[in-house]
Design a protein around this ligand. Structure first.
Ligand code: BG6
Length: 507
């Protein structure tokens, strides 16, 4: 177990990376959807921006039986159109970095030929950084790490990147963490949540902790509630095999939405080392009030989309989506929408609900954090509305502060809510990097700040598990909502009960 005593240098949380990295990047699941749509384009951008040294290699592992030339041809055909190729020679140089090694995922333990081919390719480069990126199903994480160890491929400069989902509940997550932790030191393990690579998410930290004006009012005295939404227009065509077993709670809430919640609610870190931010995030997860048993019905909503209409016409329901197998009982029970009223039991947030919501086939693609302030204590004007801060992750990343202003005119004073608006796209001319690009650069720099630590992932599952088990033991099916609508009626009642409404319903 060479990798036990990591020699990865300690880096400060937001350190500037050195100019170019020399590494062997081995991607398991290297010809899969994630790799072709996100990882390879992100690596191309890194190359184009000069962050990969000429020696850096990208090695895709898959059962595809491809040669290097086949794989390069596949990337040329499928990725070239996704990225700006201004310089064909540069593109050819990037293709030259690509290699392919065939390994059978199902037969990981016995596929000697595959492991020998990888060993031969890596031989002689032991001093380089090695990144093993596991973009493969979570049940392969343990076996792959064991194989890497047995083949002697885990060096002190190695890192392993784990894609979500990390397990399907707390026990399975713990098992994976134990298996991976037996080979790699925690400092070498990078559990990825691509939401943490989004610009606005990092800007949330800057907004909160690099400006003095927000902190005094960032608490239950001034904030009424917070809404965290990740709404998608896409459905799940071709993904039923995965989605039936996941559902919106495991797919989006356990990771992405809870990460957004922790960054919104965490205390200012006392130190600036790489663990300080993660220490504060985990405290938020540990302070979440459990939702269990009969409370689950009151504080959570689940829905499933049915056939509906959108801008592009008729849209299938979840059960009618194209899939390789017909729907099962699990398909009928899985939620494609969920909304939850969460509470954080600490001094700062006591009594402030955090509403989490995500769903597929909603009318608009929108991810945002909305901080709804309380009304003025005593109003001298009619018709005011409380302030609201909107941090938009997509479609157009930006920040809006909704304030009250006087509508111009003589006569009565008429108030109007108007946004003070910052659009990153318009304010900064620099290209906004894709989340994966930032995160891959951090992996190469050995900077784990924007990755989930073991205790964080497990604390998130600890909160999610009782909700999952109440849903699983309930005879009720998810509430239907037609594709192209804003979700089931229950989601509106969840806020309506306390006289609140989702942000877009009030706009
Ligand atoms: C992934 C989920 O993690 O995030 C997908 O598995 C989801 O179901 C995606 O569509 C959303 O990411 P983004 O960046 O498009 O909001």
């Amino acid at each position: 177990m060479l990798g036990r005593s990591s020699e990865l240098a300690a880096v400060s949380p937001f350190s500037t990376p050195p100019a170019a990295y020399t590494a062997d990047l081995v991607v398991f699941g290297g010809t899969g959807d994630l790799s072709m749509r996100k990882l390879i384009p992100a690596l191309y951008h890194s190359d184009r921006d000069g962050r990969l040294s000429p020696e850096t290699r990208i090695i895709a592992m898959s059962r595809g039986g491809l040669t290097d030339a086949d794989f390069r041809g596949k990337v040329d055909a499928e990725v070239r159109d996704q990225v700006p190729v201004e310089d064909p020679a540069m593109w050819q140089r990037f293709l030259g970095r690509l290699h392919h090694v065939s390994v059978d995922v199902g037969e990981a333990a016995t596929d000697r030929a595959g492991w020998s081919a990888l060993t031969a390719l890596l031989a002689g480069h032991e001093q380089r950084d090695r990144v093993f990126y596991l973009a493969s199903p979570p049940m392969t994480f343990g076996p792959f790490c064991r194989q890497l160890d047995e083949a002697g491929l885990v060096t002190p400069m190695s890192r392993v990147v784990l894609e979500k989902p990390l397990g399907r509940d707390l026990p399975s997550a713990q098992r994976i963490n134990d298996e991976v932790g037996a080979i790699f030191d925690e400092r070498q393990i990078f559990r990825i949540d691509h939401y943490l690579g989004k610009e606005t998410v990092q800007n949330l930290l800057v907004l909160r902790f690099a400006n003095a004006f927000l902190e005094p009012i960032w608490n239950s005295l001034w904030i009424d509630h917070v809404q965290i939404t990740a709404a998608e227009t896409v459905g799940t065509p071709g993904r039923r095999g995965y989605y039936d077993q996941a559902g919106a709670l495991r797919d989006m809430v356990q990771n992405h939405l809870l990460q957004l919640l922790t960054l919104t609610a965490m205390e200012p870190p006392a130190r600036s080392d790489q663990e300080a931010i993660r220490d504060e995030k985990v405290k938020v997860l540990q302070a979440l009030r459990p939702i269990a048993g009969t409370e689950v019905d009151r504080f959570t909503v689940r829905g499933q989309y049915t056939r509906g209409q959108g801008e592009a016409g008729d849209m299938p329901g979840y059960l009618d989506e194209p899939a390789s197998t017909p729907p099962t009982d699990a398909s009928r029970r899985v939620e494609t929408f969920t909304a939850i009223r969460a509470e954080i039991k600490n001094w700062r947030w006591a009594g402030v609900p955090f509403y989490l919501r995500t769903g597929k086939r909603l009318p608009n693609r929108r991810s945002e954090i909305v901080v709804q302030f309380k009304d003025v204590p005593h109003s001298i004007f009619p018709g005011g509305a409380p302030n609201r801060l909107v941090l938009r992750l997509q479609p157009e990343e930006g920040i809006e502060l909704h304030i009250m202003a006087k509508e111009p005119g003589a006569g009565d004073v008429t108030l109007k809510p108007v946004p003070l608006s910052l659009s990153f796209g318009k304010t900064f001319t620099a290209r906004v990097p894709e989340a994966y690009e930032r995160l891959l650069t951090d992996v190469l720099a050995g900077n784990p700040t924007l990755f989930m630590r073991r205790d964080e992932v497990e604390a998130a599952w600890r909160w999610i598990d009782p909700i999952l088990s109440a849903w699983e033991s309930s005879a009720d099916l998810p509430e239907p909502y037609p594709a192209g609508t804003t979700g089931p009626a229950g989601a509106h009642e969840l806020l309506g009960r306390s006289g609140r409404a989702w942000h877009e319903e009030e706009a």
